[in-house]
Design a protein around this ligand. Sequence first.
Ligand code: F0G
Length: 459
Amino acid sequence: MEIPFAESWKIKMVEPITKSTREQREEWIKEVGYNVFGLRSDQVYIDCLTDSGTGAMSDRQWAAMMTGDESYAGARSFFELKDAIEKITGFKYVIPTHQGRAAENVLFSALVKEGDYVPGNSHFDTTKGHIEFRKAHAVDCTIDDAKDTQKELPFKGNVDPKKLEKVIQEHGDKVPFVIMTITNNTAGGEPVSMANLREVRRICDKYGKRVIFDSARFAENAYFIKTREDGYADKTIKEICREMFALADGMTMSAKKDGLVNMGGFIATRWEDWYEAAKAFVIPFEGYLTYGGMNGRDMAALAVGLIENTEFDNLHTRIHQLTLLASLLDEYGVPYQRPVGGHAIFIDALKVLPQIPKEEFPAQTLTIELYKEAGIRGCEIGFLLADRDPETRQNRFDGNDFVRLCIPRRVYTDNHIRVIAAALKNVYDRRDEIKRGMEIVWEAELMRHFTVRLKPAAE
Ligand code: F0G
């Protein structure tokens, strides 16, 4: 008999989670205006809101925390972190920050000017926010196929080189750098191939441009290169990481994802001029150069997390849970962005609830149904999140309307995954009974999905 696959870790500490009844959940979700961000965590049974800062640290990371050095300047923990980053990326200049968006804030303060154009593959919201806040433009050059949720492509997070080159040609000096997000969160946690990263490098070299990787999920990207791209099967994850980062000039990092810590981030680069420019902003915004918003103990734990999460077994255990969820949804016929990505499954709400008009937010409707069904908290990545067009104030209905279910790292077992799949099946099987969607009661002008209040749309 073939020995079945099992986790590459065992559990040393557990945290109780709370079950509830459908009646309780109906009451709770109504109280918070049908917005899952308003729920208390003990009103949630399985929390798939995000994979950011929600992972479990290993015993070695907790041990490293005890040895953290809290010196204001020159802390030993900083040098441990710097060494780990240099080992994985080859970048010798490192600036810690309190999380990923802080790394963007510091680096973009130095690099992005009003009127600039920053092309890339589906900038994450905060990345886009930090570009637009500086009155510059984030230009999404992701391949068109990424929008077709049923199309199976191994590297659906790729940039379209033609689109990228066109932006650089059109805006020349106004392009301060190109940013590649690995993996591409917005497109569904879809990876970018080494060939695509190489092509981006080639184009950038041709026009004298530098490349930044938004590296929040870089290790998951390396896993997909190893398992899907020709020529990489026999390379280690660390070798693949070195090869990826050799194609970049610098990185911003949200360590809350592939760093396996609950809070933290950093900037790393090979260029002294970028380091010097960023230095001027990290001190006033974040903190002194050798801690920049992080505790010494947190830097120590991150140094260990980076090394652990660039081991194949750890990544394989994680991505196996996504593959398991996807295979169950295939069995039940629930449509999602195919193939499943590295950190989350994105349910295609427009295909599940075609009877709900876009004005009634199908993905938000499905998010609420899933919560009521089994206490599972997903997150709408769709028309609510897309906000209104700043000029016309019309809702933006041109993108996908997804329910994102993130799987935190090393937190849930395969049994929890089966619960998520069963709950989705139940909602999917009674989808025709869902006749109405949601209506906005109150919304903020920007980033409304965090605080919007809704009610069931009137019959
Ligand atoms: N870049 C990517 C690709 C991200 O997914 C995130 C965060 C950030 C940057 C910002 O990092 O949160 O540490 O400031 N993504 C989280 C999510 C919030 O749920 O996808 P941060």
